[in-house]
Design a protein around this ligand. Structure first.
Ligand code: UFG
Length: 361
């Protein structure tokens, strides 16, 4: 009789486990109304996940996530985080909410440690308290600092060159310790330079102020700014300008889906680099954008920007090998092409221009 009961219990737990893995998962995206968050929301929902956006709208856009349930709140509001987890039965979190500008972190480190680390910790504590088992952390190539070897793989020492990178390193370390102590499973995705837009051109990159290279270059192509400042031409690179690895935002989004699926099917907690594995200098980006847009784009060379390493190029071999990640939009021309489509159709970003604003033809 006891043996029979044991068999039933074992069978039931196998079935429950099976159900847990295959039911529709509800995922909370902190900072989900931002650039990478909104693309990931779409990618997840296209693959059957239920997505809830959690954003304080300090920089996110409601228009980017209008098809999803939205909770307007700050991750530092522990009560609201807890209520959201309970209300929607959240099973996993993808944590995008953070300040993410290297230069701003150099001049105002207090803000970065407060918003990224202190608030991140409040969120993580709620996940542990509420038994949320999985988290994907939006991390960054900035954790490596000035690399000693290129391309950079995940074994490269973590030596951030700016406070932004420090904050991502700290969050990764906290997750590692929380995993060991509380069993919270995580994947840290270290993005290189996210760029491009959803190929349909209806969502894309819209920051205020815009500091990133590709949207700045495209604003110059649209005539919205007179010229692009090239930050430094005295780097030890092929043309003296800084080299970055631009990776398409939709490919980044797909990596989140792969990592989440792998975690819930037993993958150990880990970190992955996400890049195209090819570096382009600032001047090469300008040249490619000139070709794609057919516009002449003026630039002037200025001083280096504080906190910028000379070269950041990924090795993404680990995520390709372990999770089968295959970037679809591999070339810089494709990446800039999708961004250009977004900028042409949304010259003011998500903002609807008032009648006084002049329109771009
Ligand atoms: N650049 C210019 N002129 C500009 C803007 C940028 O010359 O007007 C240069 C920068 O100095 C840098 C390169 O272009 O060498 C790319 O700059 P971005 O501002 O587009 O991106 P970053 O490399 O500074 O940072 C991005 C993300 C960070 C992330 C980092 C990881 O914003 O969150 O990639 O590589 F940490």
């Amino acid at each position: 009789m006891i043996a029979w009961v044991n068999k039933v219990v074992a069978l039931t737990s196998i079935l429950l486990c099976f159900c847990d893995k295959d039911q529709v998962m509800v995922i909370l995206l902190t900072g989900g109304a931002g650039y990478i968050g909104s693309h990931t929301a779409r990618q997840l929902s296209g693959q059957g996940f239920q997505v809830i956006i959690y954003d304080n709208f300090s920089s996110g856009h409601r228009e980017a996530v209008k098809e999803f349930p939205i909770v307007a709140g700050d991750i530092a509001d522990a009560d609201m985080v807890r209520a959201t987890i309970t209300r929607y039965r959240i099973q996993a979190v993808i944590h995008f909410a953070a300040d993410s500008l290297v230069a701003a972190s150099v001049t105002n480190p207090a803000r970065y440690f407060q918003n990224n680390v202190c608030k991140g910790l409040i969120l993580f504590n709620q996940l542990v308290d509420q038994n949320v088992r999985y988290i994907i952390l939006s991390s960054s190539a900035a954790v490596y600092g000035e690399p000693s070897v290129v391309p950079i793989n995940e074994e490269h020492p973590l030596k951030p060159a700016n406070p932004y990178g420090d904050t991502k390193c700290m969050l990764e370390k906290i997750l590692q310790r929380y995993h060991e102590a509380y069993g919270l499973k995580y994947a840290s995705l270290r993005y290189f330079n996210a760029a491009g837009a959803y190929p349909g051109g209806d969502i894309g990159e819209d920051h205020e102020p815009e500091t990133h290279l590709i949207p700045t270059v495209l604003k110059a192509a649209l005539g919205q700014i007179e010229k692009v400042s090239v930050f430094g031409r005295d780097y030890p690179t092929r043309d003296g300008t800084a080299v970055r690895d631009y990776v398409h935002v939709k490919d980044l989004a797909e990596a989140h889906v792969l990592a989440l699926n792998a975690l819930r099917h037993g993958m150990p907690s880990t970190a992955y680099n996400l890049g195209s594995e090819e570096g382009f200098s600032v001047l090469e980006v300008l040249r490619t954008a000139t070709k794609i847009t057919g516009k002449s784009i003026k630039y002037e060379v200025g001083p280096r920007r504080a906190g910028d390493p000379a070269v950041l190029v990924a090795s993404s071999t680990k995520i390709k090998r372990e999770l089968g990640w295959h970037p679809e939009h591999k070339t810089l021309a494709e990446i800039i092409g999708t961004a250009w489509k977004w900028h042409l159709s949304h010259p003011h970003g998500y903002k609807v221009p008032s009648s006084g604003d002049s329109e771009i033809e």
